[in-house]
Design a protein around this ligand. Structure first.
Ligand code: ZN
Length: 179
């Protein structure tokens, strides 16, 4: 399969509400190839999640996988791979928690974003089965960030204190900024 080009903030596809994938299309060759390409692209960039709109495909599909020893997110705990299609989010614990987020479509920047701590996601997986999961802490932020991509939203929209939108290389020089 192939590594696809990531589109960046400014490309209008990132601001569209992506289309749900029909259940009968999930097992099609087109969707299978899309998933393989997204997986290859994600791995090649040391990312922890990717949404189809980020490769210019306006469909409700995202892959989340926090690898062992992520260089981009060294504090994170590894996760299994989640293939998420047509998700619905509900909030279980609305206590806000903040993390420094980054995005492959906003290269070079990090921003401090607060989001609810625990969520439930109802979705279809790549075998078109209905799934429900609960995730919390950092993984809940990763899910909310990726699923926002399916609804035209970027993390920078949610940085409330704009002084906490910074360049990654400067941030590494000043690691003691906690929040
Ligand atoms: Zn992103």
């Amino acid at each position: 399969m192939s590594i696809r080009k990531i589109i960046k903030m400014g490309n209008p596809v990132l601001r569209e509400i992506a289309k749900p994938i029909l259940k009968e299309d999930i097992l099609s060759e087109i969707t299978k190839e899309l998933i393989l390409d997204m997986r290859d692209t994600l791995e090649s960039l040391d990312g922890i999640g990717i949404a189809a709109p980020q490769i210019g495909v306006s469909k409700q599909l995202a892959i989340i996988k926090i690898p062992e020893n992520s260089e981009r997110y060294p504090e994170s705990v590894a996760s299994k791979e989640y293939i998420i299609i047509n998700p619905k989010i509900s909030y279980i614990d609305k206590t806000m928690q903040g993390f420094w987020e980054g995005c492959l479509s906003v290269p070079g920047l990090r921003g401090y974003v607060e989001r609810p701590k625990k969520i439930q996601i109802d979705y279809l997986d790549n075998s078109a089965s209905n799934c429900i999961i609960e995730v919390e802490d950092f993984l809940a932020t990763v899910f909310q960030h990726e699923l926002d991509h399916l609804f035209g939203c970027l993390y920078v929209d949610k940085v409330r204190d704009i002084t906490k939108l910074v360049y990654e290389d400067e941030m590494l020089n000043f690691l003691n900024i906690e929040e």
